[in-house]
Write a new protein. Structure first.
Lengths: 481, 60
């Protein structure tokens, strides 16, 4: 099932670079050798892969680039021993996804697009008598704004009388989270982060009101589903037998098509204020904005950066500037609204460079799942070589009460170069954040203190006070040793 | 379905739902074709103490 496609930062706890999140499906297992991503296949898994090879789906751009590794490659042979219960029958090599992300970090449209890729690939598979054995968004990763299906081990040959085995999982991890946000305007992120298997049918039913059952697809997929689940829970053997007698592929296809229509129609719009602010992104005319652009551009294009994190990315203005000089930019913001709009634009542009994520930096994604290793914490997915923290420190320090020094130390722990902006206490936004607080709070939020803390952890190469006088920009590199 | 070796639990109720709700809307022809089978299937279920009703829409 779910697999990450970037080696863990510290693979030493796993034998032979084993991906700790890739254990649910016994037919295949992901591991790493150097910079390469491999997948060991069981004999059945290999037969399924060979069947997949004949369909043309491996060349589909929605599926991660994959090749069968010639048998006997020494390092690979050594690595694959003991990976599966049976001796692995074959090994695949996958293209690496620049930065791994998870559904609880995606915006509404990202989860929806991942769902559509999942369903479209399932429909395409069915044409060739293949199916996807599961339906989890952890099998989808994003290259910029383009979803890519990464679990090639999920394709298998269809069996007679087999229903859509992944239907329940699709509901729990795709449909219900999307419905929660589309119908109730409640973000799905805390739920998906809190429950690796998603929302159960009965939980979802209890979240909805009587009126909600008239929303398209809700009655069948939530209310009826929860009811039937309760009714048949204690008779799995009997149900399996009977379903097999009547189930036909045509019904499978009809179910998936119906689900696709339902998902396609789901929508969520950020509040009006977000649209307004987003629309102003290119209308900055004042000198401050121009000089800030130039400051960031000068750093971004000074050297070829591999991975840039733009934390507090908002509408992505500086992510786009960073992308002029970087291979991959991860644009993170706690507010889903602007990130959603940015994703829509990037998707429209066919951007494969900027990955948009929504996450509160004062409460970043932790390690989750079995042993806390199935889903990785943010810094364990590959550290950046440049971080942009523009108009962010006041939100973290005042809004979330994180001591200024601790925030700087956390940035230093990433080991990357840094562009950071410090809005002084006189800045209108800072005043607004301080207003509801008791006088004298946040004594560490002060320019001199900030500069001392920054200077302790970083070598400041350049700084610039913007015209308005309330904002100062710094470019700094981590101190070595 | 002893040969069905999914590592994922499809869920008994979830499988039944696919029969009750799947064919009806999408393709009329298949719906007709399989509705008979659903009815036949449901007659089998009548032998059970907790027989399900033949009208799925009234299921709630």
């Amino acid at each position: 099932m779910p697999r990450a496609v970037t080696p863990p930062a510290d693979a030493s706890t796993e034998p032979a670079g084993l991906e700790p999140g890739s254990f649910r499906d016994p037919e295949s297992r992901v591991f790493y050798e150097g910079d390469e991503v491999y997948r060991a296949l069981s004999p059945d898994g290999l037969s399924d892969f060979e069947a997949l090879g004949g369909t043309g789906l491996l060349e589909d751009e929605r599926v991660v680039r994959t090749e069968l590794v010639a048998d006997g490659a020494a390092g690979v042979r050594a690595a694959r021993e003991g990976l599966l219960v049976h001796e692995p029958a074959g090994v695949l090599r996958h293209e690496r996804i620049p930065f791994v992300s998870y559904p609880y970090e995606w915006t509404f449209s990202m989860l929806k697009d991942a769902a559509l890729v999942q369903l479209d690939l399932l429909l395409a598979s069915l044409e060739h008598d293949l199916v996807l054995k599961d339906s989890t968004p952890y099998n989808v990763q994003f290259k910029g704004a383009r979803p890519v299906f990464v679990d090639v081990g999920s394709f298998e040959r269809i069996r007679d009388g087999e229903p859509w085995v992944g239907y329940r999982q699709f509901c729990m991890l795709y449909l219900y989270p999307l419905l929660l946000q589309a119908v109730k305007d409640v973000p799905f992120h805390p739920w998906l982060r809190g429950s690796i298997d998603g929302i159960t049918p009965s939980q979802m039913r209890n979240l909805l009101s009587f009126r909600d059952r008239f929303h398209r697809g809700v009655f069948t997929n939530v209310f009826l589903h929860a009811r039937l689940e309760a009714r048949y829970a204690d008779r799995p053997d009997q149900v399996k037998r009977e379903v097999k007698q009547v189930f036909k592929k045509e019904l499978f296809v009809a179910n998936v098509r119906k689900m696709r229509k339902l998902v396609e129609r789901l929508s969520w719009e950020p509040p009006q204020g977000v649209w307004t602010a987003y629309g102003e992104r290119n209308s900055y005319t004042d000198d401050d904005a121009r000089r800030k652009d130039e400051f960031v551009r000068r750093v971004a294009t000074a050297q070829p950066w591999d991975l840039v994190w733009d934390i507090g990315a908002n509408n992505g203005r500086y992510s786009r500037i960073a992308a002029e000089g970087a291979k991959t930019v991860v644009a993170v913001d706690a507010d889903q609204g602007p990130v959603e709009l940015l994703y829509r634009d990037l998707k429209q542009e066919g951007n494969e460079q900027i990955l948009t994520l929504t996450m509160n930096l004062a409460d970043p994604s932790p390690g989750l799942g079995w042993r806390g290793l199935e889903r990785k914490a943010l810094p364990d997915r590959g550290k950046p070589d440049l971080v942009l923290a523009l108009a962010l420190v006041h939100h973290v320090a005042i809004g979330a009460n994180v001591p200024v020094k601790e925030f700087i130390d956390w940035l230093a722990s990433l080991g990357s170069a840094l562009v950071i902006e410090f809005p002084t206490r006189e800045d209108p936004m800072v005043k607004k954040l301080l207003a509801p607080k008791r006088d004298g709070l946040h004594p560490d939020y002060e320019l001199g203190y900030f500069e001392r803390a920054l200077g302790e952890a970083f070598e400041v190469e350049r700084s610039e006070r913007l015209e308005s006088g309330t904002r100062v920009l710094y470019f700094a590199r981590p101190k070595r040793g | 379905m002893t040969t069905l070796l999914a590592y994922l639990d499809p869920g008994s109720g979830s499988m039944i739902l696919q029969i009750l709700a799947g064919g009806v809307a999408a393709v009329a022809v298949t719906a007709k074709l399989y509705w008979n089978r659903v009815l036949r299937f449901l007659r089998i279920r009548k032998d059970e103490p907790e027989a399900t009703k033949a009208e799925p829409a009234a299921g709630e």
